[in-house]
Design a protein around this ligand. Structure first.
Ligand code: ZN
Length: 468
């Protein structure tokens, strides 16, 4: 079976056929860098990481672009709150985002454009939209003329009349805006700004770009007018992606993306996990106590289009499940064992690989693909034969890597707090030996610790230690 992907645009699964042979151009909307990343961001990053890893595994030549939105009202407001410049704030959170992605074993994108590096191309984009009759200037702002694009609403399955009545409700108290815009659903491409704020000069005066324009422009400049896959969280379908389509397709008169893919969200106690609710845990917090593999398993054991219920229990269950995979994978050896592996084992491995591919070909069904990893781990533990164990463990490691698991064996690594406890125990044993006049043992402990780079210092209050 060829790869099938669910396309939000057609609302069904379709066979994946790239526009240009084996080349795949994909774009995922990246973070707006104004705060620490939480599990919702981790989910989005891990989902897109697995999609691109699997496409590469299938032999596609993938160009993956994920942007950084570093100009936005949220950044400006937050910077004011904490008393730094928007530029300082966005750089700080960009750095944090990169650190989190690295810690999560998320592959870096092939290109990572920042919105502020594309201001001139954005101004050019707006000029072309005005020239082609799809946008208009009003009081230093520029708006997209939604009525000029007949397919508006095709992604979110809404029509202009429905949207207009909804928008009228919203602008009822915004009389000024209502008189500036031709139509309440028209959205800003360029917003005028006070000279003291973050902004750039433009033909329409000082101001800054609208968020939707940023993505359309970066896609055009980095990947081209039409791409294979455009993705993001499902909350971006409307208005963000609908507006990207309106901008790009009215200008180029061709599809912006062949496949639109959207991942579902992470909910805590049945409420959507988002910053506005303040009930999130940051990725950094989570990684203090849980490994990247644990968070990855938590994310991937649910299909990307279904919501994840995030609970302490689900996190604990993922942690012990990962430990089972790590124990099994530790029996893997790089030694070429093919000659000795019985044919029934080879057949079982081939069968597991087939099940894995079928699951992933079915719209990246990682929930099923992961069950294949656990059945391989079961086989590792069921057999007593070392060659067979190694063969099954090798197959497990290979498939786990496709999903981005490290299966790093950290079972013997101990935390500083635990190490302190172990040292207290060792010094207590040494003290006991001295009290029993067993100087051979107490000297041995001191000497061995010295070789490990630990000095023991005797003092009236008891022995202490330091690393040298
Ligand atoms: Zn976007």
């Amino acid at each position: 079976m060829a790869l099938q992907v669910f396309n939000t645009l057609s609302n069904k699964k379709e066979e994946f056929v790239p526009l240009d042979g084996k080349n795949v151009r994909m774009y995922a909307c990246g973070p707006t860098v104004y705060d620490s990343s939480h599990l919702g961001h981790a989910r989005m990053a891990i989902v897109w990481d697995v999609i691109q890893r699997y496409l590469r595994f299938l032999g596609y030549k993938v160009t993956f672009v994920r942007n950084i939105t570093d100009v936005d009202d949220k950044i400006i407001n937050r910077a004011k709150e904490v008393g730094v410049s928007p530029d300082q704030l966005s750089r700080q959170y960009t750095f944090e985002f990169w650190r989190d992605m690295y810690a999560l074993n998320v592959m870096p994108p092939d290109f990572e454009p920042k919105a502020t590096e594309f201001i001139q191309p954005m101004i050019q984009f707006v000029k072309e939209l005005i020239d082609s009759g799809h946008a208009y200037e009003a009081n230093g702002d520029v708006y997209f003329d939604v009525a000029s694009f007949k397919n508006y609403g095709k992604l979110s399955k809404q029509n202009l009349e429905q949207l207009q009545s909804g928008a009228r409700e919203q602008v009822r108290n915004q009389d000024e805006l209502a008189t500036i815009k031709k139509n309440p659903v028209d959205f800003a491409l360029w917003k005028s700004a006070n000279q003291s704020e973050l902004g750039w000069p433009s033909p329409w005066g000082y101001g800054r770009p609208g968020w939707h324009l940023e993505c359309s422009t970066m896609i055009r400049n980095v990947l081209g007018e039409t791409i294979d896959i455009h993705g993001g969280g499902e909350d971006l379908v409307f208005p963000h992606h609908e507006n990207e389509i309106a901008q790009s397709e009215s200008l180029f008169d061709k599809s912006l993306a062949k496949y639109w893919m959207h991942n579902s969200f992470v909910q805590v106690s049945a409420e959507k996990m988002s910053k506005s609710l303040g009930n999130y845990k940051t990725i950094k917090d989570l990684l203090q106590n849980y490994s990247a593999d644990t968070l990855r398993l938590l994310v991937l054991q649910t299909h990307y289009r279904n919501p994840i219920d995030f609970t302490a229990d689900s996190l604990a269950a993922a942690k012990s499940a990962v430990l089972r995979l790590v124990r099994a994978a530790a029996l893997h050896s790089d030694v070429d064992q093919n000659g000795d592996v019985p044919s029934k084992v080879q057949a079982a491995i081939a069968d597991a690989e087939k099940q894995f591919s079928e699951a992933m070909d079915n719209d990246f069904n990682t929930a099923v693909a992961i069950t294949v990893l656990f059945s391989l781990a079961d086989k590792v533990f069921q057999t007593k034969d070392a060659t067979e164990q190694k063969a099954y463990a090798g197959a497990l490691v290979k498939l786990a890597k496709v999903l981005g698991f490290t299966l790093a064996d950290t079972r013997n690594e101990i935390e500083p707090e635990t190490a302190k406890g172990v040292m207290e125990l060792v010094l207590q044993l040494r003290k006991n030996a001295r009290e029993n006049k067993d100087y051979a043992t107490s000297d041995l402990i001191r000497k061995e610790l010295a070789e490990l780079g630990i000095n023991v210092m005797d003092a009236p209050g008891g022995a202490t230690w330091e690393r040298t």
